[in-house]
Ligand binder design. Sequence first.
Ligand code: PRP
Length: 212
Amino acid sequence: MDYITIALAKGRLADLTVDLLEQAGLNVSEMREKSRKLIFTDEENKFKFILVKASDVPTYVEYGAADIGVVGRDTLLEAGKDLYEVINLGFGACRMAVAGPKELAGHLDEIHNMRVATKYTQIAKNYYHLVKKQSVEIIKLHGSVELAPLVGLSEVIVDIVESGKTLKENGLEVLEEICDLSARFVVNRVSMKMEAQRIMSLVHTIQELLKQ
Ligand code: PRP
């Protein structure tokens, strides 16, 4: 029997995913040990788990290097890959929003060629160009995005808001909501056909667990 490989997004989501997979009956004991290993095996059930950077999960699943991935909807929207999004796992819930100084509330449509700083350039482009049909300049950053409006790099940011603490502590607030986010269970299109039985069995087990 071939192994089924699951790509987990390193960090907080990985910890929650490990808990879920354990409840679903997989042996995740190797992953519980603190180590720098990136690949783990459940010999009994013939599963492999790989730990990858969140933004790389869609790539591993798209190419079939992983059959399954567990990753945030933000990462999936940004990657725009053709994957089966099978389950909304519910954890890692947060939202994608436009944020900026509160003085801009109600005036966003008046700013000519507004500059938008973000890690999520695809999500920002879709939102402004396709949804709002507004011409903006999108500035790519890699982190600490909240800084941009504070030092005049941009008027607003598009970023993830979880508790809202980062915005508040930097004098910013949510000006527009873009969408809700949470962790998703995604499957490679070929794996879904070739390993339908084992993958759907895991999917059903997880769906039952989520109902509890
Ligand atoms: C994320 C996001 C916000 C913060 C939101 O940052 O980009 O900065 O979390 O959380 P809060 O609403 O609970 O304060 P992340 O930790 O990924 O760091 P980075 O964007 O600076 O890399």
